[in-house]
Design a protein around this ligand. Sequence first.
Ligand code: HEM
Length: 521
Amino acid sequence: MASVRVALVALQSMTAQGWASIGVFLGSIVVLYALTNERSKTNAPVVGSAWLGGYWTAVRATVGLTGYLEEGYTKYKNTSFQVPALRAWVTYIQGDLLTDLRKAKDDVLNFDEEMNHAAELQYTIGTAMRFGRKAWHIDALRKQLTPSLAGIFPSVLEEVQWGWEKELKLPELGTAEEGKEWKEVKASDTVLRCVCRTVTRMFVGTTLCRNEGYLEISRDFSGTVITSGFMIGACPGFMKSWVSEWLSPAPDAIAKFLPYTEALVRVREQLKEKYGEEEWESHKPNDLLQWFIDAPGGPGPDANALNLTLLGMNFAAIHSSAMTMTHVLYNLAASPEYTRELREEVDACIQEKGWTRDALDRMIKLESFIKESMRLTPILVSSVGRRALQPFTLSDGTTLPKGAHIYANLWSTQRDPALWGADAETFDPWRFSRAAAAGEGGAKNLFTTPTPEFLFWGYGEHICPGRFFAAQSIKLALANIIGNYDVKFPEGKTKPAPSFFGNACVPDQKATVLFRRREKA
Ligand code: HEM
């Protein structure tokens, strides 16, 4: 309050000269903004207003991009349109134009450059960690992680079950504490903590996935990168490097993470020497760090390079999975009628196959429920972001100059009645399991299959390589919740609406849900 009072007094005593200086400063920011962003403008129609170089629309789109996406989708179906953002003009495509985006190679429409620009990675993380430059780490995810999903299933299961027990700390049923068995927890925090444990177990194994210090750095890192990237992105180009001096989370996180990575690598090298090359093969850990060390073309046991790449992977994996899972958990807590049906399926599969991957694969309704949540509450409202490295013309005649930014309109596509039926806006949990049971759609019903209608994981060459792991972990965590706990919203509360920030669709960060142990017959 005191600082507000000081500010008010300062404003009241401001001279005409003071006001003029503030006006000139703000005006220069808008002019600089307009001049810098003009370069990314295309000849596509503008949705919103080009007034003040688009600055006003850009400010409004920061928390209301979906409104512009819907307007553009309705007006320009199958063609492109553009909306200004604080960091640049962005061209959105939809419908048939997705084929252009899928076919374009990186030397024309580039993934890395767009990710670096969107999250200002060169300022927030540093150039050494730029997202997709080292293809060896993507190869490791595709060639090692996905085929290892069955092998790592028992450890992921153990971490999921241990993590939820640890975070919820529920009293046993029938103990003195009975009657207080419902426990209220902040949903987004609890999910983030559990997801971080699971991801860390897969990344570096058991040594660190229960180390609270390590988990804290992992959790905080991506969140800080995202928020500081947004703030830096909103500044005119000449200020970015200066602002990032204050905001970049990279140096701190890299320094804190390094001793852990060094210790892990050192122990592995010592063990390798002890066992000898041949025996090491059957003893070495089955985790991401080891796949990175062994990756052809990778850095080998260079702890500095591995440290940066692991942090980059944290950035890609943790908040994306946690936000997705929180959206799904809200849908679950909001619908006890669906939980009953899901529980029947989970119980039947576990009874027949135990807690195995086979059982999980048979939970078709659960997968449908999760996919429906991903469809209506995705974590990004536009995806498949690319930056033009050279001029490129889309098949509707839109010309992208060098430096232009292009995205697929995920939000409107995933809720278009022409693609999903008249009830496109309704949460229909069995939409995909029903189609599968009717023999319609085949693999299109799976929650990991990208299609031009389901852009949740991206599309084309850079489709998320972690999606099979992410989807399996989320499904497993949900099956664990349904099988072992009851969950609902507190009395009088319903599912909270997400909030929108830039391109992100963020599940409510404050809402609570109630958990209790499930009473089993
Ligand atoms: C629900 C969780 C996740 C979501 C929604 C998600 C979504 C995405 C999306 C939309 C892209 C861009 C694709 C494109 O532009 O076409 C992407 C790329 C990527 N994702 Fe994920 N992701 C998730 C989890 C993960 C996990 C768990 C990992 C690692 C284990 C991961 C690693 C990556 C990497 C490395 C890329 C860059 C691919 C490249 O450079 O070609 N993601 N993800």
